[in-house]
Structures are given as C-alpha cells and as structure tokens.
Design a protein around this ligand. Sequence first.
Ligand SMILES: CCCCCCCC(=O)CC(=O)SCCNC(=O)CCNC(=O)[C@H](O)C(C)(C)COP(=O)(O)OP(=O)(O)OC[C@H]1O[C@@H](n2cnc3c(N)ncnc32)[C@H](O)[C@@H]1OP(=O)(O)O
Ligand SMILES: NC(=O)C1=CN([C@@H]2O[C@H](COP(=O)(O)OP(=O)(O)OC[C@H]3O[C@@H](n4cnc5c(N)ncnc54)[C@H](O)[C@@H]3O)[C@@H](O)[C@H]2O)C=CC1
Length: 719
Amino acid sequence: MAQYSRISGSVGLITLSNPPVNALSAAVRQGIVDTVEKALGDPQVKSVVICGQDGIFCGGADIKEFGKNMSGPPLIPMIHTIECATKPMVAAIEGSALGGGLELALGCHYRIAHSKARLGLPEVTLGLLPAAGGSQRLPRLIGVPAALDLITTGRHVTAAEALQLGIVDQVTDHATVDAAVKFALSVAGKPLDTRRISTYPCPHVSDVDALCENVMQKVRKSAHGAIAPIACVQAVRAAATLPYTQGMEREKELMATLYTSGQARALQYSFFAQRAVSKWRIPSGARWDTSTPRPLHKVAVIGLGTMGRGITVALAQAGLPVITVETHEKQLMEAKRAVSDMLNRGAKRRGVAPPLDKISYSCNLQDLADVDLVIEAVFEDMTLKKKVFRQLSAVCKPGTLLCTNTSGLDVDQLASQSRNPELVVGMHFFAPAHVMKLLEVVYGPQSSPQAVATAMQLGKKMGKVSVAVGNCRGFVGNRMLKLYTEQASFLLEEGATPDLVDQAIEEFGFPMGVFKVSDLSGLDVGWRIRKEEKLAGLSVASGQSTRIREGRRYSPLADLLCEQGRFGQKTGRGWYQYDKPGGRVARSDPWLHHFLEEYRAQHGLVARHIDHQEVLERCLYAMINEGFRILEDGIAAGPEDIDVIYVFGYGWPRHRGGPMFYSGMVGLEKVLERLEHYYQAHPDVPHLQPCRLLRRLVARGSPPVHKWREVIKNLHSQL
Ligand SMILES: CCCCCCCC(=O)CC(=O)SCCNC(=O)CCNC(=O)[C@H](O)C(C)(C)COP(=O)(O)OP(=O)(O)OC[C@H]1O[C@@H](n2cnc3c(N)ncnc32)[C@H](O)[C@@H]1OP(=O)(O)O
Ligand SMILES: NC(=O)C1=CN([C@@H]2O[C@H](COP(=O)(O)OP(=O)(O)OC[C@H]3O[C@@H](n4cnc5c(N)ncnc54)[C@H](O)[C@@H]3O)[C@@H](O)[C@H]2O)C=CC1
C-alpha cells in the first residue's frame, strides 16, 4: 500500500496509503520496498519524494502488528536502502511523522515539513525505543542532549522546533508535496555523500558519560519503574560512543528486551484503551457514532472554589465564553483574581495571550438565561445542590444542559430536580481541574444521548480523556479508591506505618503513596463526608464499637487524626509531619507512630510484621475486586474504561496498564486465591470476598482482558 507515480517529468512520487494514519503495516512496508525499487530503476526519475495520503505522512509502525508474528519486509534494511540510494530522496511531511514514520524520514536525504506538522519518536510511551535506526540517526543529526530529550520523553515537536533543531530542512505553509517536488527537482544530480545521516559523526559533547549519567538519574526518578526510558538513554549513549553499525547492534539488543516485556504490552494496551473509551456506548443504546452533540456557544460555572476555578480556566483555555457565578461579591472578586493568575501563568508558559476576556463574573443566577451548558461546582451538599438545580431549571433557556461536578452524590436525584432530567449529567473533574486529564461523564437512566455526547465532546475540547460511566456512589474512580484507602488504614491497625505502606505503593509505580496523597488533599474532606454519612463524629449511634460500622469493620484512625486538628499538609501535620502548615515535604512523624501503638494497645491489637507484598495485595486486590463488581453492575462498559480512569485520574503507573489489565498480568487465579485468603483472615471486611465476575472469569480459564466483555455480556444476560 504505497502508490507510485512520476510527476514533473523526473520526480518519482511515492504515497503511503493506509488510512487513517498510514501506519507502516507489512503491506505498506512491502509497498515502499517495491516503489523505491521502481523509482530507483526508472532512468527517467532523477529524484524521489515520499509522502503520505490524506494529509498525514506516517504514524509509525502498525502497533496492531506488535506481539504477532512479524511478516513483510523489516524496516531497518528498507530505510537503509533509501539512505543508500543514489537519487535524492525527499520526505514531504504533513500531519504527523512519528516513530517509524520519522525514522523513515530520517533515512531520506532531505525533509520538508508543513508548518502544522508534528514530529517525534514516541516509542518510549509504548514501552519501546526507536529501533529502526532512530536512536542512532537522531543524535547524529541534532546532537546528543536534544536527542536524549526527544527520545526519552517521546514528546512531539512542531515543525518550527524541528527546523530549529535541524530535523527538517525546510518548512512550508503551502502544499507540502508541491514544495517537496520543487525541492527534489532542485537537488537532482547533486552529490549525496553529506546527506546520509548514518555516516555523520555524533556531534561532540564534552563529557558524554556525565551527560548520560545525569539524564539517567532524572529518567529513573520520573520513570517510576518504567524500563523503556532507561533503555532509550542507553541506546543514545551508544550512538554517542560507538560507530554506527555497533550502535545499531546495541539498539537491536535493547529493543529485544523491551519488545517482549510486560510493560510494552501494558503501554500498548493503554494506547488502544484510551482510544476505545472515546467510542462510548451506554445501556440505553446510545453511542458515540449515532449521537449528535449540541453546539456550545456559551457555558457557565457555578461555585468558584477549588474545582470551579480550575474548570473555568480549562473552559476559557479551550476558547469557550464562560460566565461564572458565586454567592457574594467578596468570593467572586477573590476567585476572579485567582482565575486570572492561573490564566496568566498558563499563557506565559505557552507563550500565548491569556484568554481573560472569555470569562465574565456574576453573583446573579439570572445571568445564566442564555447559556447552553452549566457546570455546577458548589459545596458537596445534596440539599444545596438540589436547590441550585431547581433554580437553574427555572432560569435557563429550554435545552440547557445541567452538569454537576459532584464527587459522588446521586446524579439521578439531582436530575429529578430539573424540568428536563434527560439534560442532566455528571461531569466529574479531578483536582486541579485545569491540569488533570481525566473526566468522568456520569449518565443516568434518563440522560439523553445528546446530553452524554455533548459532555463527552466538551471534555475532549478541554483536552480531557473523557470516560462515560454509570451513576453509583463514587462513580468508578472514587468507588474503587475507597476500598484501597480503607485497606491502607486497616494495615496501620495491624502493624504497618504510613511510611511502609507508601513506600510499597511508590515502589509499585504510583507517584505518591496513599497517605501522602491523603495529606495533600486534606483529611478533613473525607471526615466531613463520613460525618454526614453518620460514620464519624457525634452522630455515630451510641454503643457502637469504634471499629465496627454498619456491621462491618471500620477504621476510625483518620477521624481520630482530624479530631486532633491534623488535616495534612494544610495544618503541617497529618499522617506525616511538615516543616510548617502548607509545607510539602513529608517526614516520618514519631508522634504518629506512638499514637498507632497506643491505639493498638487500647483495642487489644497486636502489631505483626507486614511486608510490601501484603500491602500491595491488600490495597490493590481489594480495589481490583471492586472493579470487577463495577463491571458486573454495568457501571463501566469494559475494563479499558476503568483502566483509563485509574491511569489518567489516580496516578496508576501507565506501564502497568491499569488495575484490571494488571490483574490479568498477575493472573486472575492468583488474585482470586489471595482475595479468598484475605477474606478468610478478615471476614468482617465483605469487600474482600471475591466477586462473581472474577470467579466466572477464572472458571472460564482466565481469558485475556480484551475477551472479558463477552463474559460480562453473558453474566448480564443471565441476571
Ligand atoms: C523487533 C521488532 C522491531 C520493530 C521496530 C519497530 C520500531 C518502530 O517503528 C516503532 C514505532 O513506530 S511505534 C509507533 C510509534 N507511533 C506512535 O506512537 C504514534 C501513535 N499514534 C498517534 O500518536 C496518533 O494516533 C496520531 C497523532 C498519529 C493521530 O492522532 P489522531 O487523534 O488524529 O487519531 P487517533 O484517534 O489517535 O488514531 C486514529 C486511529 O488510528 C489508530 N492508530 C494510530 N496510530 C497507529 C499506529 N501507529 N498503529 C496502528 N494504529 C494506529 C488508532 O488506534 C485509531 O484507531 P481507531 O480507534 O480504530 O480509529
Ligand atoms: N476538591 C476536590 O478535589 C474535588 C471536588 N469535587 C466536587 O466539586 C464540588 C466543589 O468542590 P470544591 O471546589 O472543592 O469546593 P469549595 O468549597 O472549594 O468551593 C465551593 C464554592 O461554591 C460556592 N458556592 C456555594 N454555594 C453556592 C451557590 N449557591 N451559588 C454559587 N456558588 C456557591 C462557595 O462559595 C465556594 O466558593 C463538590 O461537589 C466536590 O465534591 C470533585 C472533584 C474533586
């Protein structure tokens, strides 16, 4: 699948054709080999242009082929043939030139890019390295420091940056193929000896070992256990220290380890999972490709606290006019200052003008009469939210979508307050809302296809990864998180410390342990909710044991800390101590350890040794078990939805795919066996009891994660 033609008399034009991204499938590689041979063998042809059809050069290797038996011509000799050609080869880059696509372009003698094109070697994000010569050619072309940056991060660069770095020779605002053909005519017959990148010496770096070591240390810190970034540093180091052929050997060796690794499988799964969730479908039958979102000309945000401010910033940055509403002038002005500061900082970072004029501020709900969509972000209080929804229903024009940012209240109850419950959905953002990529779009039984489609599309416009989920307490993310944090507290009762639990979780790959996160977001938030639920505080039924609530095990540790005013970072004390209120660096707190000892003594608990494995099994398997229940309940459409939520919203290490994918990697039998073991040891924790879907999957021979949907469908049809 590469077309060949001759144009302008003497230019052979090769067009890659494999929609939608012209990935280098076996057929495309064969097409390139054949057409290059044709062009080189045609005496009329003096130079060659390679381009991609439909405005995209090439999205790289065909990721769907990974893990299968490789067929078709391999990339390395194909690119080598292009580089060795005696006729000038010119890459005409429109849209994207990524991974193998850029490696193909680096094999060409010249590169012409459209000004809107993006280039990069994102293999590291798929658990790989640029193993078709990319790790050896790029440093020779742009120098070791810049190549290390691009290859270890996988970031895409604009055509302008690519020109500045020396990756491309020319950038055009006009028809790229025309420009490339013109260029090809101009270089026909010229010597090519200085244009073959593999023959370049690597630009000199004064102390390459020190440079690579420095980058290696940074990469190890940010990789949280991912192996590909480390291999990328090693491959670039080989380019800097070895002749090209030996460097290529090293590249191959490193790639061989990565290619078959579980991390690469997890990252490639994650790539497709992220795309799968955008193709949402919900139990009512509504789906992404048959539901039309409504156009949004003006939107509103109610409540400019932590979340409302971030949401407003994200909306304005997406170019949408926003009207914001607060209760009083003082709060409004305070929020206006904060929002303007956030916009100014963001604009400075990106080198653009801050979109301050997109936002208007008001204390009057009546000003929302003409908006198309409202996002409510007032306090987490059902009575207040219901009132706001009733008011909105009366004020807004017919057809306005009403969305709530509640972190877990019943969206259906809120919908019932509106004249048009079909136009109500949850839009659950994560703090800080202008930074965090995840958005849970919560639909209810009455939500119209248009309402879901509009919220999903708005999320996309705001740069979010949006996942449609059903309505239940905590939705998907927080419902599972509850089990994870609960187990962490139980482990403290049984003998662990926050330091030990966090260390195990951070070694697993989370950027922050559960207790550090709790200190960061504030222990008081959960405490307030538990008091409202009558699980904590004065309203707990008298005579109840401190460690039992509603007939099941309960840990009051977090409540006890709150009673001492230990709310986390904001008060300088929580599960850890900080140098001052607002301090960021968590230090182990002897007071806390003493407090835990006293607590255990008071409740007759004997501390036992707890190791990292138990921490991981208890915390993660409890959460995974709840994930299976969520699938059973039909709250998430598939395991990919849960995994995307955890990777983008909760810091689950991407190289471990997500909790559901991870359970498959561990082995479902093992997860089941450990849950059974822990449930037996803790029969007062019903959530440790393995759920039906997990048992069913194991009984079916533990099929791979992409086959679970069939089992889930059968389970549902039997209910
Ligand atoms: C020992 C063995 C040696 C092997 C050596 C191999 C070495 C290599 O050569 C390594 C590689 O290239 S790895 C691949 C590197 N390329 C990438 O990571 C780019 C991935 N794609 C993108 O970023 C965006 O799709 C892109 C920016 C391109 C376009 O974004 P859009 O937002 O416009 O579109 P998407 O919704 O992302 O994608 C549209 C559909 O295309 C599918 N797709 C994208 N890239 C693909 C790719 N590289 N391979 C296969 N399918 C791919 C994507 O899944 C989506 O499919 P549908 O959801 O079904 O429509
Ligand atoms: N803070 C977080 O990490 C997250 C919070 N949420 C949810 O977002 C919502 C807001 O939370 P936060 O921003 O943290 O609360 P917050 O307490 O920081 O802000 C709430 C704001 O709403 C304003 N407000 C109250 N009643 C109002 C009314 N009738 N009209 C207009 N404004 C009113 C208050 O003055 C306050 O500025 C809650 O439902 C919360 O559960 C969701 C995800 C994460």
